[in-house]
Design a protein around this ligand. Structure first.
Ligand code: NAD
Length: 394
C-alpha cells in the first residue's frame, strides 16, 4: 500500500485542520485492519489513517482500459473506489485483476449509465461519493463516422445522467475524460490548452466537444450548486500496468494502433494497416503524442486531489495530458520491433476519414499546476504493451 500526500486526520479518522499534510517517509508505528498510525519525520506529530474513512470515488467505465489503471492508482493512493460499467467494451475479470495488483476489493455495479432511473437510484444509494471520474463512453473514431447516433446517444446521455445524479446527491467533483481530438488539426504545435477548439473531424470528437460544453454550461448555471470539474484532454494512451494483470483489452478488432501491433505480432491478426503514408511528416505517417497509461492514471489522482483539497482556481479547469513529444506510426513500429526483436508485418493503406495529420501536446500547464509529468518513454510503453499481450496467451 502506498501512502502519500494524505491530508492529516485525527485519531478518530476525521480530517484535521491546520496541520501540515502527511508525506511519504513517515515511520509506520502501528498497522491494523482499518487503521494505520504514522509518526512524522520530525517525530512530533501523529497521523492516523482510517481506511474506512477514505474518500469514495465513483469511476464510471472503470472496467475499461484507462479506468482500470486509474482505479489501481486511486486505490494505491488511499481512495475507495466504486465502479459502474455496462461491460459493453470490457470484461468482468478486470475486477479480480485489479484486486491482484492492489490487494483491495473493488465494488462494481453493472448497468448502463444511459438508463436515467438506474443512474438516479445508484446515486441515491451512494450519497457518500465525493468525486466522480467519468470514463464511460464509446471511443472508436471510425465507428463513430459509420454510426454517429450510437456515439451521440451513449456519450451524451450518460454524461447528462451523471451530472443530474451528482446534483441530486451533492457529490461536487467531476473529472472528465476528454481528448486532444477537440483541437482537430491545430495550427500551432505543440498544442496548448489555449488553442481554439476546432470543428470536430468525427462524431466521436464532437461528443467530446459537446460534453466539455455541457459540463461548463451546467457548472456556470444557477441550477448548479458548487460543482467543479476538471477536463483532461488525453493524447494517446498506450502500454499496460507493469504487472501485466491489466491492459488494453479491445473486444473485436482493435481500433487503436498499439493493440493492433501487438495482436499482429502475436499472430492474432495477419497484417497491420498503416493508414496514410503521404502526410506532411518526416516519414509520411501520422504523428501522435503517445503516453503511458499509468502516467495518465497518476495524472487523474493529481487532478482529483487538487479539486478535493480546494486548490483549484476555477470551477472548470482544463489540462492537456501528454508527454510533449510526437512519434509517427513508423516510429512506433520501429520501437516495437526494437524492444521485442520481432519484425512486424505491416502495409500502407489510404488515409482514414477523421484522422488528423499530426498532433502533440504542450503539457507544461499540467506539469506545473498538477505537479505531474509523464515519466515513461516510448520503448517502455511498447515493452509493457507486449508483456500484456503475452500474458493474454497464458
Ligand atoms: P474503454 O472502452 O476501454 O473503456 C470505457 C468503458 O466504459 C468500458 O468498460 C465500457 O464497457 C464502459 N461503458 C461505455 N459506455 C457505457 C455506459 N453507457 N454505461 C456504463 N459503462 C459504459 O475506453 P478507454 O480507452 O478506457 O477510454 C476511457 C475514456 O477516455 C473514454 O471516455 C474515451 O473517450 C476517453 N479517451 C480515450 C482515449 C484512448 O485512446 N483510449 C483517448 C482520449 C480519450
Amino acid at each position: 500500500m502506498i501512502f502519500s500526500d494524505f491530508l492529516p486526520r485525527t485519531l478518530n479518522g476525521e480530517a484535521a485542520e491546520n496541520q501540515p499534510p502527511f508525506r511519504d517517509g513517515a515511520k509506520l508505528i502501528f498497522s491494523g485492519c482499518e487503521k494505520c498510525v504514522f509518526l512524522d519525520r520530525t517525530q512530533t506529530l501523529l497521523y492516523t489513517f482510517c481506511n474506512r474513512k477514505f474518500m469514495k470515488i465513483l469511476v464510471t467505465g472503470g472496467m475499461g482500459y484507462i479506468g482500470s489503471h486509474t482505479a489501481v492508482a486511486l486505490q494505491e493512493h488511499g481512495y475507495e473506489v466504486v465502479m459502474v460499467d455496462n461491460l459493453s467494451n470490457s470484461r468482468r475479470e478486470v475486477q479480480e485483476n485489479i484486486f491482484r495488483i492492489t490487494g483491495k476489493a473493488i465494488a462494481l455495479e453493472v448497468f448502463d449509465l444511459c438508463n436515467a432511473d438506474r443512474t438516479r437510484a445508484f446515486f441515491s444509494a451512494h450519497k457518500d461519493i465525493e468525486g466522480v471520474i467519468h470514463f464511460a463512453a464509446h471511443k472508436a473514431v471510425g465507428e463513430s463516422v459509420a454510426n454517429p447516433m450510437k456515439y451521440y446517444g451513449n456519450n451524451l446521455i450518460s454524461l447528462m445522467n451523471i451530472l443530474r445524479g451528482m446534483d441530486n446527491t451533492g457529490s461536487s467533483t467531476l473529472v472528465f475524460s476528454s481528448s486532444c481530438t477537440v483541437y482537430g488539426q491545430p495550427e500551432e504545435l505543440p498544442v496548448s490548452e489555449e488553442a481554439p477548439v476546432q470543428k470536430a473531424l468525427s462524431p466521436y470528437g464532437n461528443t467530446k466537444q459537446i460534453s466539455e460544453e455541457m459540463i461548463t454550461d451546467h457548472i456556470h448555471s444557477e441550477a448548479c450548486d458548487g460543482m467543479r470539474a476538471v477536463l483532461l484532454r488525453y493524447f494517446n494512451p498506450i502500454g499496460a500496468h507493469d504487472s501485466a494483470h491489466i491492459g488494453e483489452l479491445p473486444l473485436g478488432v482493435p481500433d487503436n494502433l498499439v493493440p493492433y501491433i501487438t495482436q499482429t505480432a502475436a499472430g492474432k491478426r495477419d497484417q497491420l494497416k498503416v493508414f496514410g503514408n503521404d502526410y506532411n511528416t518526416h516519414d509520411g505517417t501520422a504523428i501522435r503524442d503517445y503516453i503511458h497509461v499509468m502516467d495518465l492514471a497518476h495524472a487523474h489522482v493529481k487532478a482529483l486531489d487538487r479539486m478535493l483539497q480546494g486548490k483549484h482556481k476555477d470551477p472548470v479547469e482544463i489540462f492537456n495530458l501528454g508527454t510533449g513529444t510526437g512519434y509517427s506510426v513508423m516510429d512506433v513500429i520501429k520501437a516495437f520491433e526494437k524492444v521485442t526483436g520481432k519484425p512486424l508485418n505491416y502495409a500502407f493503406a489510404p488515409r482514414r476519414p477523421g484522422d488528423v495529420e499530426k498532433v502533440w501536446a504542450n503539457p507544461e500547464k499540467a506539469n506545473k499546476i498538477l505537479q505531474w509529468k509523464a515519466k515513461q518513454n516510448l520503448e517502455q510503453m511498447m515493452r509493457s504493451a507486449w508483456k500484456w499481450e503475452m500474458s493474454l496467451k497464458k
